[in-house]
Write a protein that binds this ligand. Structure first.
Ligand code: ASP
Ligand code: MG
Length: 406
């Protein structure tokens, strides 16, 4: 007998029929002798609608009330799922964040989980009752409802799996696993049987939208075995596991991309101590996240160009901040470009293999694609290129790293 967490995303609980389908899967696991905690998202589209209601009501909204509104979608599906299970003869009870309790900090709209009490759930699970938990929500130290950021139900599921010491955490979604890259772009993309936590973390933060980044981080830190699978068929999904569990390691496991990038170049800033601080300090103060950075060497020994990327949604704010600080930074010209994409190749095998970056540069060069910015870490190489080359670049790289399905 094992204890498991089953998480159903919005598309898997999109209507009454799909909730019944998900409930049937839960029943199967219960009948196999497992103790089951279920985490549900809101019905597909429900959270967007709720966010819309808030936006239409208040422009500079009170984040506590935003949370009160948007957390409600999960309350509906938790109750419906519990009812459906009861109809099927399975003992079940719904749980909201405050009832568990799932305690968070006070950062409304993007709260972090601090502690999950298990005294309420433990005895009921041991008694064979299914706990149906509303994902995405928690309770603040002041007793107010919080939400964990968009996609946060994944994080609820993983945190719960860690707290309940579950054997595994199954994430049911509308794709049947994690692919080597976006199958909508590369028809020869392959489903991965296994991927390491670390690679998944890079994939998620670099644009693959299967799992919320924070949930992968949690899974990695707590050693939670994740499985990503479809609720619409019975095929095995992708296991997200510890690196040691992966026997045959590919050098590159996947290619991720993000169109949510914009590039800013400051032309002819002074090449002297303190310049980077004068640029990135005010940006940080304005909560603009800077990602890739390049600074060239001053050819005249005095002035240099500095290029960096920010999220597309932050571009306007970043430009405003830089213009305001123009006198202090002393740049000649500011060039912005929102038509860029960041393409990243990811693989733990890079640690022990040389030439991975060279393959990327060569492949892009052969296609006549200019690389604007490069950044690397231990297990990934990212390049920034013009957005129009997104498909071409990803397809060429997928082939170059031997990832194409036979
Ligand atoms: N319903 C929330 C959202 O759409 C949380 C989730 O589904 O993970 O972001
Ligand atoms: Mg999701």
């Amino acid at each position: 007998m094992a204890r498991i967490v089953m998480k159903f995303g919005g598309t898997s609980v999109a209507d009454i029929e799909r909730i019944a389908n998900a409930a049937a899967r839960v029943k199967r696991e219960v009948e196999a002798g497992n103790e089951v905690a279920v985490v549900v998202s809101a019905m597909a589209g429900a959270t967007n609608q709720l966010v819309g209601y808030v936006d239409q009501t208040s422009r500079m909204y009170d984040a506590r009330e935003y949370d009160a509104v948007v957390a409600s979608g999960e309350q509906v599906t938790a109750g419906l799922m519990a009812l459906r299970l009861q109809e099927m003869g399975v003992a079940a009870r719904s749980w909201l964040g405050w009832q568990i309790p799932l305690k968070t900090d006070e950062v409304h709209g993007k709260a972090r989980i601090e502690e999950i009490g298990t005294d309420n759930l433990d005895p009921r699970l041991s008694n064979g009752e299914v706990a149906v938990i509303a994902g995405f929500q928690g309770v603040s130290p002041r007793g107010r409802i919080t939400t964990l950021g968009r996609g946060g139900s994944d994080t609820t599921a993983v945190a719960l799996a860690a707290a309940l010491k579950a054997e595994r955490c199954d994430i049911y979604t509308d794709v049947d696993g994690v692919y080597t890259t976006d199958p909508r772009i590369v028809s020869k993309a392959r489903k991965l049987a296994r991927i390491s936590h670390e690679e998944m973390l890079e994939m998620a933060s670099l644009g693959a939208k299967v799992l919320q980044t924070r949930s992968v981080e949690l899974a990695m830190n707590h050693g939670v075995r994740l499985q990503v699978l479809s609720s619409f068929d019975d095929k095995p999904g992708t296991l997200v596991v510890d690196e040691d569990e992966i026997v045959e390691q590919q050098v590159v496991s996947g290619i991720a991309y993000s169109r949510d990038e914009a590039k800013v170049t400051l032309v002819k800033v002074a090449d002297k101590p303190g310049v980077a601080a004068s640029v990135f300090g005010p940006l940080a103060d304005a909560a603009v996240n800077v990602d890739m950075i390049v600074q060239s060497v001053a050819s005249d020994g005095v002035r240099t160009d500095m290029t960096f990327t920010v999220a597309k949604t932050d571009l306007e704010r970043a430009v405003a901040v830089l213009e305001k600080n123009r006198a202090a930074i002393e740049y000649e010209q500011l060039i912005q470009d929102a038509d860029v994409v960041k393409i990243s190749v990811i693989g733990v095998g890079m640690r022990s293999h040389a030439g991975v970056a060279q393959t990327m540069f060569r492949t892009l060069a052969d296609k006549g694609i200019n690389i604007q910015v490069i950044s690397t870490s231990e297990i990934k190489i990212s390049t920034l290129v013009a957005e129009e080359y997104t498909e071409l670049a990803i397809r060429a790289l997928h082939t170059a790293y031997g990832l194409d399905a036979a």
